[in-house]
Design a protein around this ligand. Structure first.
Ligand code: 9D3
Length: 245
């Protein structure tokens, strides 16, 4: 995935991109992110990126010029790019949208909003897609852009440490996770379930599937309604529903 990020806080984006999975995905050439400071696309002496809203009101509005200059400069290489504005008014980001972004083969420009908003002419003339990461208020689009890039990158083949985890993730991604344990076998009187020490991989797999289904049934039954379930899953679920009654 190739993306450009436009922001007035480039260090926030760079700090996260420099660690863990996203760093490795970039080193492997699977992810290419370039971060641009909007201030570098201003043309006034004070490098002003925001201004007062016409009509009055609290807060500042991101000026259109730096955003138009930046998008036009980036598109100057003749390559198509999908311009995505991160904003509370966007469609709510989901795993399905992450998959769509990761598989689209498109280049992206992510615009991180801030303040009370951005000049509406940016939305009208530049923006192809608008994304929110959920119904709560955060300070700006930077965290949202990172959420989108992170979620999409994890779906690129080879981006996760070992391939087994990608396969496992796709198999279980619609369920909540089964319980995990590590050493010691007993901690403050709490024991690791025997099945996990048994070495019986079929039994372990079945136990994990059952516990994942149990947790999802209790905490997020809405996820089960949207999922396509195997015959085995349905049998386990009916047993679990009886246990819970
Ligand atoms: C307090 C101002 N709000 C009045 C209704 C509007 C507002 C503007 C800008 C609220 C938050 C922000 C900054 N947030 C984002 O730019 C943002 C965001 C979010 O707040 N929630 C979920 N997803 C996103 S993506 C970008």
């Amino acid at each position: 995935m190739r993306c450009d990020v436009l922001t007035i806080f480039p260090d926030i984006i760079k700090a996260y991109l420099d660690e863990s999975i996203l760093r490795r995905a970039q080193e492997k050439g699977l992810l290419d992110v370039k971060v641009y400071n909007l201030r570098d696309f201003t043309s006034d002496r004070h490098r002003k990126v925001d201004d007062y809203p016409f009509g009055g009101g609290a807060g500042m509005v991101l000026k259109p010029e730096p955003l138009f200059n930046a998008v036009e400069a980036l598109k100057g290489d003749g390559e198509e790019r999908r311009v995505v504005l991160l904003s509370p008014q966007g469609r709510v980001f989901t795993q399905a949208i992450a998959k769509e972004f990761s598989q689209s083969g498109q280049r992206f420009i992510f615009i991180c909003g801030r303040y009370e908003g951005i000049d509406e002419r940016v939305r009208l003339a530049l923006v192809d897609d608008e994304i929110s990461i959920g119904d709560y208020i955060i300070t700006g689009g930077e965290l949202a852009a990172l959420v989108v890039i992170d979620a999409a990158t994890r779906l690129i083949p080879g981006a996760l440490g070992d391939e087994r985890s990608a396969e496992e993730e796709s198999f279980t991604s619609q369920l909540l996770e089964y319980p995990h344990y590590t050493r010691p076998r007993e901690f403050r009187g709490m024991k690791v379930p025997d099945v996990l020490l048994s070495g019986n991989h079929r039994e372990i797999w079945l136990w994990r599937r059952r516990e994942a289904l149990r947790r999802t049934l209790i905490k997020r039954p809405d996820l089960l309604e949207r999922m396509e379930l195997s015959e085995l899953d349905r049998r386990i679920l009916s047993e679990l529903r009886e246990e819970l009654l």
